[in-house]
Each structure stands twice: as structure tokens, then as C-alpha cells.
Design a protein around this ligand. Structure first.
Ligand code: FES
Length: 156
């Protein structure tokens, strides 16, 4: 947990002069905490709240609103498949079912080896290249079944 606290402190030091108040600084600090720990359990949210002198319910409210903040552990490879309207119309449901069958998991689940987590998400802001999958920090666009095969093989 020392490593997480260090990441939180470093982010606050680095970014505080760019943000008008502690509420605005909350998002980058939560990202830093998540990068350091992998997800945001209660203890980590509490560290963020104390470090920014914000009420814990405020921190929990923000993390519950954004799907980019993980409330449970995710696999090494987090597949976030957009199933909003543009992606849906271009076959994202088929892509999701294909991944479910290949990995033997449903959205919200992680494979037993801890390698893959599948999550269905709202618009990823790349509707012109639908369907879109975000894997960790990378976008994969105009994704087909054969692209899924290549992506998963490269990650295994
Ligand atoms: S609807 Fe999928 S990226 Fe916008």
C-alpha cells in the first residue's frame, strides 16, 4: 500500500497547480491510484479521500459513475467492448458473443487464469470506426471475428 500512497502523493504534487480545487483533482488522482494498485478497493478509495481531504462518499460517487474505474480486480488484459448504438449496428453484439464463447466468460467476468476480463461499455468515442474494443489503453477499431482471434492470440 506504500507504493499506492506514493503514487497518490506524486500525482497530487504534479497536478495540483493545474486544477482549480480538490474535487477537480480527484479524477487524475484516482487514475494514478488505479494504475498503482490495478483497481480501486475500499482501502485505496479511502487513501485518495484522505489525501485530498474529501469525504469518502464523494470519492465513491465518482468511481461508481465512471466505468473506467474498476471496483473489482480485472484481468491482465481488460477487453472493454462498446455496445452502444453505432457499434451495435455494426455488429458489436456478435463480437461480444464471439469473445464469450472463445474465453468461456460473460461480460463482467474474468478468466480463471486471470488473463482476460470482458466488459461491455458505453460509447468509447470512436463511433466512425465501429465496432470498437478498448484493451487496456489501446483501441482496436472496425473489429471483426478474425481480428478478435488475432488480438487474443497475441495476448496469450
Ligand atoms: S457507439 Fe461505439 S464507439 Fe461510439
Amino acid at each position: 500500500m506504500k507504493q499506492v500512497q506514493n503514487a497518490i502523493d506524486a500525482e497530487i504534487d504534479k497536478k495540483k497547480r493545474f486544477y482549480p480545487n480538490k474535487e477537480a483533482l480527484l479524477l487524475p488522482v484516482l487514475h494514478a491510484a488505479q494504475r498503482a494498485y490495478g483497481w480501486l478497493p475500499h482501502d485505496v478509495m479511502e487513501m485518495v479521500a484522505k489525501s485530498l481531504e474529501l469525504p469518502l462518499p464523494k470519492v465513491k460517487q465518482v468511481t461508481s459513475f465512471y466505468t473506467m474505474f474498476y471496483k473489482k480486480p480485472v484481468g491482465e488484459c481488460h477487453l472493454q467492448v462498446c455496445n452502444n448504438i453505432a457499434c451495435y449496428l455494426r455488429g458489436s453484439s456478435d463480437v461480444i458473443h464471439y469473445i464469450e464463447n472463445k474465453l468461456g466468460i460473460l461480460p463482467g467476468e474474468t478468466t480463471k487464469d486471470g488473463l482476460f476480463t470482458l466488459t461491455e461499455v458505453e460509447c468509447l468515442g470512436s463511433c466512425g470506426t465501429a465496432p470498437v474494443i478498448q484493451i487496456n489503453d489501446d483501441y482496436f477499431e472496425s473489429v471483426s471475428r478474425s481480428d478478435v482471434d488475432k488480438i487474443l492470440e497475441a495476448k496469450q
